[in-house]
Design a protein around this ligand. Structure first.
Ligand SMILES: [Cu+2]
Length: 487
């Protein structure tokens, strides 16, 4: 196809994230051989372990997939087979979740679909990613994601309809691990009601912006003191794939001197809309197109309501880099709203009656020490409800936020359409603001037990999680929480 993007290996390496070693080359590089019956189009060894990471101006000790964060970029074609071999070098059990992928249930990497892989153990994830787009993978065990156990997952469309010259993969993260505390210690304080955070508010998020104040905010593992520089040529059209891998931070993203044409959210195409800036919750992804000017430009992800930012550079010409404190007027410009987003008609849910509507209430216990999803208003923060659906149903989930803080609500194994068939974007993670109700519709076409939870890791570990399951509940439902807080 004439307008396919010219994505060379060099360009991918310029994107600031390492390309995955694929197929036989990847196996050979890892000293492994694949019996032909086990061969896959894409192979990736994942060996999480404790160790130090240079985040730019500071070295921290943490848990991560490789010597640098994010972990290796895994890249595959839609419909191609992926084989990721987990070898757990962490002292705790772990799992790997393929966030946003409509995957077979047993491969979802959730602690309700597999026994977490013990320290020293291994697990082969073998799956096909049906939908092209921007995804990520991360540990789904305890607080490991808010350490550094995550990486980007890009599914290419062999018939990519968008035309662009280069691509940047931009992974955002709030960082606290190894800075004198750990996410587990922060979680324990939150649960005890003793976490002392400065007030953090955001009008755009409708109230409290977060619970945790982080010392650093990173783009592709680097602090603003030593930013990543993405390079391209003036006039080139660049696809920027944005991934929020944070634990408790919404990021407001802008590129100084440019507007952003939003083309996808959570992997799925939307009708293009051009804005100055967009706000993304934990677990959300956005793809934007930008035609680059000539110069050195600040790419800023402002930690919403937290008075701090992540920072990178986009360089298309020689020149002095702007300081990380540079004013970026686009951050205060036209902000993308959910109402502006409409799925590309090619990915609309077909129109049909809703078979089952499930009301789900997002709640908070005293002092934010516990959190909940309940199927009744005023439900208690105890337990993780299971929503039963039947294969073939059109299901509407109605999320009502009864708390004073926003929640990015994530469903495994499915992509819903916000607002119903033909209305808003296809997504797997949606921000629900205080006192807001958001309806999302989905087709129950992927049997299994699927986690449905807030992607604020502190909220989910303190109880804001449920299960969407097909048919009667399985006899044994494993525990979902591994924080050793007795929940
Ligand atoms: Cu939440």
């Amino acid at each position: 196809m004439a307008d396919r993007p010219a994505l060379t290996r060099r360009r991918l390496l310029q994107s600031g994230a390492a390309i995955a070693l694929t197929g036989a080359a990847g196996l050979a590089a890892r000293g492994l051989t694949a019996p032909s019956a086990l061969a896959a189009d894409t192979f990736q060894a994942l060996e999480p372990s404790p160790g130090s990471v240079d985040i730019g101006g500071r070295t921290v000790s943490t848990w991560r997939f490789a010597d640098a964060i994010p972990g290796p970029a895994i890249r595959a074609n839609a419909g191609g087979s992926i084989w990721a071999r987990l070898v757990n070098g962490l002292p705790d059990p772990t799992t790997v979740h393929w966030h946003g992928i409509r995957i077979a249930n047993a491969m979802d990497g959730a602690p309700i679909t597999q026994t977490p892989t013990p320290s020293g153990g291994s697990f082969d994830y073998r799956f096909t990613a049906p939908d092209p787009g921007t995804y990520f993978y991360h540990s789904h065990y305890g607080m490991q994601l808010d350490r550094g156990v995550y990486g980007p997952l890009i599914i290419d469309d062999p018939n990519e309809p968008l035309s662009y010259d280069a691509e940047f993969v931009v992974v955002l993260d709030d960082w606290i691990d190894g800075t004198g505390t750990t996410p587990d210690a922060v979680l324990a304080k939150l649960h005890a009601g003793t976490l002392d955070s400065p007030p953090m508010y955001s009008n755009a998020l409708g109230g409290l912006a977060g619970n945790v104040s982080y010392p650093y905010h990173l783009i592709n593992g680097r602090t603003p003191a030593s930013p990543v520089a993405f390079t391209a040529s003036p006039g080139q059209r660049v696809r920027i794939r944005l991934i929020n891998a944070g634990g408790d931070t919404a990021y407001r993203v802008a590129l100084g001197g440019h507007r952003l044409t939003v083309t996808h959210t959570d992997g799925f195409p939307v009708q293009h809309v051009t804005v100055d800036t967009l706000l993304m919750g934990m677990g959300e992804r956005y793809d934007v197109l930008v035609t680059l000017g000539s110069g050195v430009f600040p790419l800023v992800a402002s930690a919403e309501g937290k008075g701090a930012r992540a920072f990178a550079l986009v360089r298309t010409a020689p020149g002095t880099a702007p300081p990380s404190s540079v004013t970026v007027p686009e951050l205060d410009g036209n902000l993308l709203t959910l109402a502006q987003l409409h799925a590309d008609p090619a990915v609309h849910l077909p129109s049909r009656p809703i078979d089952q509507t499930v009301r789900m209430y997002l709640g908070m216990g005293p002092l934010g020490m516990t959190w909940s999803i309940s199927t009744s208003p005023g439900g208690t923060p105890a337990g993780s409800p299971r929503v039963q659906v039947a294969q073939g149903q059109r299901v509407r989930l109605a999320f009502t936020n009864a708390t004073q803080i926003w929640h990015p609500v994530h469903l495994h194994g499915h992509t819903y359409q916000v607002g119903g068939a033909g209305a808003g974007p296809r997504k797997d993670t949606v921000i629900v603001r205080p006192n807001e109700t958001i309806n999302v519709d989905l087709d129950a076409d992927n049997p299994g037990e699927w986690m449905l939870h807030c992607h604020n890791l502190y909220h989910s570990e303190l109880g804001m999680m449920a299960t969407l399951g097909y048919g009667p509940a399985p006899a044994v439902v494993p525990t979902q929480s591994h924080t050793h807080l007795g929940l």
